[in-house]
Design a binder for this molecule. Structure first.
Ligand SMILES: [Mg+2]
Ligand SMILES: [Zn+2]
Length: 433
């Protein structure tokens, strides 16, 4: 598979005058050199550099790539063509699925794993996606349980809108057929123009959700943050190479007020301290993963689509405090029959309904987590038991059901806390944060 790097940016905001943005020094080395070596180390030895402004600086630095152990082709744009227009003009070099990276991103991603995900799920492309701390001024997207992107929600968003916190991180695997969606002439962008058009036309794009580090460093503040994250080890720590601890959070009674079934987005009431508590874990670089039983889907009280709206309301509430969930796992099943509108296919004795550990095990597989160093915070004994069955530890909260669920065997929590704030503070300390 070839890797295409978009490196026509000017770097005006970084104050660069003698080199293009992709050549900005990051902790002493040009960013593009880091990208080329990352791509090479992931096994991609054919690289296409799409250049424009001060292309000669990049051409002189990399040449044919042999000094870096790769083969590099340079394609220089005559006028700014946008991210999609630039790739269109390199189409003669792109006959197989290819990786697209942006020359202003600092990343540490298992690129081969992402390429394998694309091969497995097919379609015109796979986009690396994650939440951020400012979804209200980001282009957002909605993906379904099969990882298929269903909608794009471009900014600006209306005040008070309920917004799912999922953004494209400017890292893709594309099929050459995706280039057919790019207009033959002029400038266009993948994120703003082409991907929304593909989805609107019924084309398949996949969302690849990961906690790995991908950030654009196109401003002095973001560059400084990226360099700090390199120095602190955060960039590497979140990579798929390393098993890392996570904070698992139950939803009802923990993040939002327990009302025995939230069936509409407007009924979701966030716990008053949820945003600040989650932000504390976000700031520490600990992946925060929601694991929630939603048997009302099986019982027919709630559709997957409505659940998506409820989860967007949760995202929106957390985002008001700059907080986010890195991933969400839902068990829609329920083992017993007898509800008039029930969904027969979901009425099963599954492996994911807490107290079973399936959701935690799936999260560990997706994000390479070290469950023995991970914690769960929940309000029921079923939560505690699920954590223990997965080899993790657990805090029982005195909110929500407060451990009064009678249908489950009592589990021994590793700690009991009065509030989510106290529980997160305890867990962060236990994790050495
Ligand atoms: Mg609960
Ligand atoms: Zn389940």
């Amino acid at each position: 598979m070839k890797a295409v790097v978009l490196c026509g940016g000017k770097g005006t905001r970084l104050g660069l005058t003698d080199r293009p943005k992709a050549m900005v020094p990051v902790a002493g080395r040009p960013l593009l050199e880091r990208l080329v070596e990352d791509v090479r180390d992931a096994g991609f030895t054919d690289i296409v550099l799409l250049t424009g402004h001060l292309a000669e600086v990049i051409e002189a630095h990399f040449g044919d790539g042999s000094a870096f152990g790769v083969r590099i082709a340079h394609v220089r744009e005559g006028e700014p063509l946008g991210t999609a227009g630039a790739v269109r003009d390199a189409r003669h070099l792109l006959t197989e699925p290819f990786l697209v990276l942006y020359g202003d991103t600092l990343l540490d991603v298992d690129l081969a794993r992402m390429a394998a995900f694309h091969a497995e799920h097919g379609g015109l492309g796979t986009l690396f996606v994650h939440p951020n701390d400012h979804p209200h001024d980001s282009d957002l997207l909605v993906a379904d349980a099969d990882h298929r992107i269903r909608r794009f929600l471009p900014k600006p968003h209306p005040d008070g809108a309920i917004l799912p916190n999922l953004v494209s991180a400017a890292l893709y695997v594309l099929d050459p057929a995706a280039i057919d969606a790019v207009p033959a002439d002029g400038a266009s962008d993948w994120g703003r123009d082409i991907f929304p058009a593909i989805v609107a036309a019924g084309g398949r794009l996949n969302a690849y959700r990961s906690v790995e580090y991908v950030k654009d460093i196109g401003t002095p503040a973001r560059l400084a943050k990226g360099e700090a994250d390199l120095a602190s080890g955060r960039v590497a720590r979140l990579s798929h190479r390393h098993a890392k601890p996570a904070l698992f959070l139950d939803r009802d009674g923990v993040l939002n007020v327990e009302i025995n079934g939230v069936h509409r987005a407007q009924d979701l009431e966030l716990m008053p301290d949820a945003g600040n508590a989650v932000r504390r874990a976000n700031a520490a670089g600990i992946p925060v993963i929601c694991v929630t039983n939603q048997p009302d889907i099986a019982k027919g009280f709630l559709t997957e689509e409505t659940l998506g709206e409820v989860m967007a309301a949760l995202d929106t509430g957390l985002a008001a405090a700059g907080a986010y969930l890195d991933d969400i796992f839902v068990c829609p099943h329920h083992p017993e029959r007898g509800w008039p509108g029930e969904v027969a296919a979901l009425k099963i004795d599954c492996d994911c309904r807490k107290p079973k550990p399936g959701m935690l095990l799936a999260a560990a597989e997706r994000h390479h987590l070290d469950l023995s160093r991970s914690w769960l915070i929940g309000d029921r004994h079923a939560d505690i038991a699920a954590a223990h069955a997965a080899g993790a530890r657990a805090v029982l909260l005195r909110t929500g059901h407060a451990g009064t669920d009678a249908g489950n065997r009592r589990a021994d929590p590793d700690h009991v806390a009065a509030t989510l704030t106290d529980a997160v503070a305890f867990v962060m300390k236990a994790m050495g944060q």
